[in-house]
Design a protein around this ligand. Structure first.
Ligand code: DON
Length: 310
């Protein structure tokens, strides 16, 4: 193990990890329930580390844009929490669900209040509330990602959004069911349109590592202004650790030891509070919807460097 000191660069460790991943057979399968994602090459692999001053290290396909999907749930949570504060937690919980990310089963037992903001039901509630407060939840998200990453070219992928909308029965069912409990404010078609556009944002590992640094800076944005209080940044990181990788969150915490959030596009973002952020991308998923090579690479990163929250 190489214990990192603050003067060391992350580049050599990223190159070592990429070489190890290259030799690893069996990288899972790209998501196929959103047809536009099924065509991704499962052998793509990129990884980036961003330091708090904006320095970024990267390896492999780290500048290649990919579909962010559920990674965006971290940013919509932060944007809504910044506006409404603790009232949000009356509408969405913060316990791990132990169920798949698109499961309906707990909603009826728990009166339409989703377990946490990172399963699809919880993310729909967050986007609905952000939509009520801003009139354009997906637009707010995109503006935030552009400014934090310093990349004004980030955009929605209309083809991915349309592909997901045409196969969106399960998300529509979740939204309608929660609406029956009074936990959705906006018309369902408006909410689904916002949510599918949110999930369709395309960005690279470099963009996403940079966009996540506000969580490592305890709530401070790239321009020095504050989005979240220090306490709220701690809360978002904690919910990422316990709920960010769905029914694999325990195993992810055990292997990686960092707050992390996965998406079915194959991306994972992770936070080392006070130190740096990471984003890894490889489209092959395990049966729980987490990138196989992505989790392996983060596991190797924290093991090789000793950088983790534990
Ligand atoms: O709503 C969906 O099913 C997708 N747009 C996002 C799901 C996702 O990324 C879950 N992550 N592993």
């Amino acid at each position: 193990m190489v214990i990192m000191t603050s003067s060391m660069t992350f580049q050599p460790v990223l190159e070592r990890i990429a070489a190890e991943i290259e030799r690893t057979p069996g990288r899972g399968r790209p998501a196929d329930y959103i047809p536009a994602l099924a065509a991704c090459d499962p052998r793509s692999f990129g990884m980036a580390v961003a330091e708090l001053d904006g320095t970024v290290y990267g390896v492999g396909d780290w500048r290649e844009p990919f579909s962010t999907q559920s990674l965006t749930k971290v940013f919509t949570l932060a944007l809504d929490l910044a506006r409404e504060g603790d009232e949000l937690w009356e509408h969405v919980g913060r316990e791990p669900s132990g169920n798949p990310f698109n499961s309906l089963i707990q909603l009826e037992y728990e009166n339409g209040i989703p377990r946490n903001p990172f399963i699809n039901a919880g993310a729909l509630v967050v986007t609905d509330r952000l939509q009520t407060r801003t009139g354009d939840a997906a637009g707010e998200l995109l503006a935030f990602l552009r400014s934090e990453s310093g990349n004004p070219a980030l955009d929605f992928d209309q083809q991915v959004a349309a592909s997901e909308a045409s196969h969106g029965d399960r998300n529509a069912a979740l939204a309608h069911f929660m609406a029956s409990y009074g936990n959705i404010d906006n018309p369902i078609p408006v909410l689904l349109d916002q949510y599918f556009r949110q999930c369709s944002v395309t960005a690279s590992c470099a963009d996403l590592a940079l966009a996540t640094t506000f969580l490592a800076r305890h709530g401070i944005r790239a321009d020095g202004t504050r989005l979240l209080t220090q306490s709220q940044a701690k809360q978002v990181n904690a919910v990422m650790l316990t709920c960010g990788t769905y029914d694999a969150a325990g195993d992810f915490a055990y292997r990686v030891g960092l707050p992390g959030k996965s998406g079915v596009g194959g991306g994972i973002i992770a936070v080392v509070p006070g130190r740096c952020t990471l984003c890894v991308w490889s489209p092959g998923l395990d049966e729980r919807g987490n990138s196989v090579a992505g989790v392996a690479a983060l596991d190797r990163f924290t093991t090789l460097t000793g950088v983790s929250v534990f």
